[in-house]
Design a protein around this ligand. Structure first.
Ligand code: NAD
Length: 502
């Protein structure tokens, strides 16, 4: 596959290969600032057309796009498998999640973003007031390689449904499936002006050029170090940013947890996608009372997890070689510090594959506890009780996802976890639910995809106030008269000097 999207100045290309076999999947242009300027100009014209449509008209076109992607889903999943080596089932899973985002955003945009009347307040009751949510304009979407289709679709869905155009830069490691998915929009909607959704490919320089192109927002999903660079680059034009960054997600297993269900879920949540998931479970705090049965179950279940390129394998290779070094560093650091390797160990690393590793009793200040591993490594530490578990769970700079297993205290514990989302008696489900906001706090970033908040993220709330009649003295005119101030003074006493609601 060689992609030759319209480009002003493309001279160089790069090739996406399968991380396990090295087989070539596609060749893509390295786009420059000039290419981005060209797309931004087309995007601005297309966006005006798009914003002038009704919510219903936009919804119909997004639904046509969903159908076009659905019709080519086998091809997309094959391409996703070819470029990442992930099981086709996992690629299907992320495709479904992305399509659900598109469907939800299109279905709910009118409810969330249509103009509404609000109360003008007592002091200005001679006015009527409205709040509207006009789109921002052209939004840049920058995506990572770990769930490339999902992060691209999620990035576009809320922006598009809110009336924006988008320029998307997929990861240089996994551009093929994303490009196919993006191009399906134009095929499904021949009436849409070219450039409503466009793509650019390349490395850091292309991403940086998108950040400095004067777009109306950058929605970035990726690592913390790159997130910092994106924010700094966006500062040049005061371009607003949404940052969906890394995590060190935690699970708490309370004394009253169903230990078998917790172990099953933790193994899946930690090893799904080979741990290359921002919301993958990397830390577990198990209460002393259930430590032994929990560890026994984890060992039993995790030992059956297989790695390879077969459809029956739980997960495939590490997609990016540099990530294997991080895994090796963390596993080595933990074992050197006295941790027990309950499942696997340093020998589990047989690049490009890494078999499951479960480390127990790792010192809290160890890199394996503090840094994002982004590989199939779970750290399980024991705590005296739930109080200690919450304290340690929150002692991190990250705050993306979290989960808790408890028969009776789930909501109480969830409420005390500092994270963008918490799942009770299951894991990760908040990510696959478009109706709830998704995003992080701390080093995990800020801003939200998903839900009402995700749609408002791509709008510029606007106030319109309308004077209906004159009431009392006109305080918005000169000259000011002493009588007017006397009336205002009385009003202040009447409204504020009485103790109300105390
Ligand atoms: P990355 O930060 O290396 O790259 C992400 C994207 O940014 C790529 O498209 C890359 O080309 C681009 N980029 C690189 N340098 C840039 C620059 N200077 N300016 C602009 N763009 C630039 O991340 P990755 O390795 O592709 O992805 C893994 C990371 O993503 C992990 O940390 C993971 O936790 C995170 N992630 C977060 C979420 C979330 O929703 N919070 C989801 C998936 C992945």
């Amino acid at each position: 596959m060689t992609q030759t999207a319209p480009a002003a100045s493309v001279t160089e290309t790069f090739t996406v290969t399968n991380p396990a076999t090295g087989a070539e999947v596609g060749t893509f242009p390295i786009h420059t600032a000039a290419d981005i300027a060209e797309r931004a100009a087309a995007g601005r014209i297309a966006q005006e057309w798009w914003a002038a449509l009704t919510f219903g008209e936009r919804k119909r076109r997004i639904n046509r796009w969903i159908a076009a992607i659905g019709q080519r889903s086998d091809e997309i999943c094959d391409l996703g498998f070819a470029e990442t080596g992930r099981p086709r089932g996992d690629v299907q899973f992320e495709l479904i999640a992305g399509l659900e985002d598109l469907r939800w955003a299109a279905a709910h945009a009118e409810r969330v973003l249509k103009e509404r009347r609000v109360a003008p307040g007592m002091a200005l009751f001679n006015f009527s007031a409205r709040v509207s949510y006009p789109p921002l304009g052209v939004v840049g979407v920058i995506a990572p390689w770990n769930v490339p289709i999902y992060t691209v679709l999620c990035g576009i869905a809320y922006a598009l449904a809110a009336g924006n155009a988008a320029i998307v830069k997929p990861s240089e490691y996994a551009a093929a499936s994303s490009v196919l998915v993006i191009e399906a929009f134009e095929t499904a909607n021949p009436d849409a002006p070219k450039g409503l959704i466009s793509w650019v490919t390349g490395f850091a320089a292309t991403g940086n050029a998108l950040c400095t192109a004067g777009l109306d927002k950058i929605a970035f999903t990726g690592s913390v170090p790159t997130g910092r660079k994106v924010m700094a680059a966006c500062a040049e034009n005061l371009t607003p940013v949404l940052l969906e960054l890394g995590g060190k997600d935690v699970t708490i297993v309370a004394e009253d947890a169903d230990v078998e269900k917790a172990a099953t879920a933790v193994v899946w949540g930690g090893f799904f996608n080979g741990g290359q998931a921002c919301v993958g479970i990397e830390r577990v705090y198990v209460t002393q009372a259930v430590r032994e049965p929990f560890l026994a179950k984890i060992k039993e279940i995790a030992s059956q997890v297989t790695t390879g390129l077969g459809d029956e394998d739980a997960y495939g290779p590490m997609i990016v070689p540099a990530q294997i070094d991080v895994v090796r560093r963390h596993v080595t650091a933990a074992i050197d510090a006295g941790a027990i390797a309950l499942v696997g160990g340093v020998d589990s690393i047989r690049a490009p594959f890494v078999d499951p590793v479960v480390l127990v009793d790792v010192p809290e200040d160890n890199a394996a506890v503090q840094e994002e591993t982004f590989g199939p490594v779970i750290v399980i530490n024991t705590v005296a009780d739930v109080e200690e578990a919450i304290l340690k769970a929150n002692a991190t700079k990250f705050g993306l996802g979290s989960s808790v297993f408890s028969a009776k205290r789930g909501r109480e514990i969830a409420g005390r976890l500092k994270a963008g989302g918490t799942t009770i008696n299951s894991v990760l489900t908040f990510v696959g639910m478009p109706s709830v906001p998704f995003g992080g706090i701390g080093d995990s970033g800020f801003g939200r995809f998903h839900g009402d908040d995700g749609l408002r993220e791509f709008a510029a709330p606007k106030a319109t106030t309308h004077k209906k009649f004159q009431m009392g003295p006109d305080m918005q005119s000169f000259p000011r008269r002493p009588d007017d101030f006397e009336q205002v003074r009385k009003m202040v006493k009447f409204r504020y000097a009485k103790r109300r609601g105390v």
